[in-house]
Design a protein around this ligand. Structure first.
Ligand code: CUA
Length: 173
C-alpha cells in the first residue's frame, strides 16, 4: 500500500501526540498523585450522621500533623454546617459526603471545587491565604431548592479549632 509522504508525517505526528498525552496523564496521576477529589472511600448515605467519620460535622478539628479537618454533610438543600470558620494560612482538609443526591461544593474565588456524590466521601485539602467571607455554592442541580443551596466560609485568625486524636482511617472522631 502506498502512503503519501505527507500522510506519513501526520500519522507519526498524531501517534506522537497520543504518546505525549498519555505520558502527561501518567506523570500527573502516578508521579504527583493528582486525581479527582471524589475518590474511592465509601459510606452509607442513609447513615451519614451516625457514621463516626462524620461525628464532628460543624467542629473543625486539628489533626496531629497540623491539618484542620472540616467535615461537611450535603443534603437537599443545605450544607451542614452552613457556616464554617477556619483560620487563614493553615492546611484545611474538607471531607464531605451527601445524605441524599449528588451535590456540588465550590468556594467562590478559589479553586476549591468538588462534586459530592452519595455513597462516597469527597476529600481535598486547601489553604485560605486571605481572611474574609467566602461564598459556598452547590453547583450540581439537586432539585427544586438547588438555587438556594449555599453556605459560607469565614476565614478568621480567631476561629475556634478543636483538637482530636488521630484514628486508623486518617479521619477524626
Ligand atoms: Cu445541592 Cu444543588
Amino acid at each position: 500500500m502506498n502512503i503519501d509522504f505527507y500522510e506519513r508525517i501526520w500519522m507519526w505526528t498524531a501517534g506522537a501526540i497520543v504518546v505525549l498525552f498519555l505520558t502527561f496523564v501518567g506523570a500527573t496521576t502516578f508521579g504527583q498523585g493528582i486525581h479527582p477529589p471524589s475518590h474511592v472511600e465509601t459510606i452509607d448515605p442513609t447513615k451519614v450522621f451516625q457514621d463516626p467519620r462524620f461525628s464532628r460535622v460543624g467542629t473543625p478539628t486539628e489533626l496531629p500533623d497540623g491539618t484542620i479537618e472540616v467535615q461537611v454533610a450535603a443534603l437537599m438543600f443545605a450544607f451542614v454546617p452552613n457556616e464554617i470558620r477556619v483560620p487563614p494560612g493553615r492546611r484545611i482538609r474538607f471531607r464531605m459526603t451527601s445524605a441524599d443526591v449528588t451535590h456540588g461544593f465550590i468556594v467562590a474565588g478559589t479553586n476549591a471545587n468538588t462534586m459530592i456524590v452519595p455513597g462516597y466521601i469527597s476529600q481535598f485539602t486547601t489553604v485560605f491565604d486571605k481572611p474574609g467571607d467566602y461564598l459556598v455554592m452547590c453547583h450540581e442541580f439537586c432539585g427544586n431548592g438547588h438555587h438556594a443551596m449555599h453556605g459560607r466560609i469565614v476565614v478568621d485568625a480567631g476561629a475556634t479549632i478543636a483538637k482530636a486524636e488521630a484514628t486508623a482511617h486518617g479521619g477524626v472522631h
